[in-house]
Design a protein around this ligand. Structure first.
Ligand code: OGA
Ligand code: MN
Length: 296
């Protein structure tokens, strides 16, 4: 028999690490229900520790529910201006909801990023204060491909050879704002031909996490990146070395999507990429973005 105290206690959440260098499943949560304070604290702790949280089986989640859940972790950003005209459905969504999809309605995209590969990146580090994180909610999933990989940028820093750690201490890098994660040129930008001319925020190569205080590697995206003050050749070579190190499979975890999955990543200590998938199949995800509060 359950005691009265047990009945009064909020449902306990189970945090189940993936076994990879990052990521954990959270079980026992109906995301349509507002979070209790204890639950929110458990999730914040788990997020800081595991960097990416996955909530399976959220098929009934509404867009309001997704926004409300996301707001428990900070103010939400409005969705960015898309790089091409979007469907009416997209324009009519609440401003805090973005769509990641290859689906087209009357010839116009219902969401961003299409069906190609999205190269490794951290979201919007070309802004001075990049977002804290994002939630992606899978409503339609292709039968194959379209998986999302995450890389642990604490581990990327910690496993660098000592000499390399010292070499990059204090170095800063320009993060290119000209192209989105699908490689499309943003409105108002021109092709970069010399990385020293790249437009975007300058970020330290090593950043300190606002919550955990741990150091991590901050790379953003590879294309058009430039380490300030180095000859271009040297900057290219050093960036190539760091990128090869940070994206080694043993530092990553792959999310193989199921309908009803919600994945929430800490954008300030991870990178992610997406596999391409068959354009004749459908992938539909709703997305919220939690605003950053500090420079990295
Ligand atoms: C994003 C992103 C990848 C994916 O939403 O920021 O990069 O798997 N998505 O859709
Ligand atoms: Mn992204």
């Amino acid at each position: 028999m359950q005691s009265a105290a047990a009945i009064d206690r909020p449902a306990t959440l189970a945090v189940k690490p993936t076994g990879a260098p990052l990521g954990a499943d959270i079980e026992g949560l109906d995301m349509n229900r507002p979070l209790g304070e204890a639950e929110a604290n458990t999730l914040k702790e788990a997020w800081a520790r595991h960097q990416v949280l996955r909530f399976r089986g959220q098929q009934g989640l509404t867009l309001d529910g997704l926004a409300q859940f996301s707001r428990s972790f900070g103010a939400l950003d409005k969705r960015p201006t898309p790089s091409k005209p979007m469907s009416r459905e997209y324009e009519q969504l609440p401003p805090e909801i973005a769509v990641i999809s290859n689906v087209k309605v009357e010839g116009k995209a219902l969401g961003a990023l299409g069906d190609g590969e999205a190269a490794w990146h951290t979201d919007m580090t070309y802004n001075e204060i990049p977002p804290k994180g994002a939630c992606l909610y899978a409503v339609e999933v292709p039968p194959a491909g379209g998986n999302t990989q995450f890389a642990n940028m604490y581990a990327a820093y910690e496993t660098l050879p000592e000499a390399l750690k010292q070499r990059i201490q204090g170095l800063r890098c320009i993060h290119d704002a000209s192209r989105n994660s699908a490689g499309e040129l943003r409105i108002g930008y021109e092709e970069v031909t010399d990385p020293r001319q790249t437009r975007g925020a300058v970020q330290p190569l090593v950043s300190t996490h606002a919550v955990t205080g741990r150091q991590c590697l901050l790379l953003g995206r590879r294309r058009n990146a430039y380490i300030v003050g180095l000859p271009v050749q040297e900057s290219e070579a050093l960036l190539d070395t760091l990128w090869a190190h940070a994206t080694r499979p043993e530092l990553t975890w792959t999310q193989v999507w199921q309908v009803g999955d919600v994945v929430m990543w800490d954008n300030t200590c991870t990178m992610h990429r997406r596999d391409a998938f068959d354009p004749s199949t459908r992938r539909l995800m709703y997305r919220t973005q939690i605003a950053g509060i500090v420079a990295l």
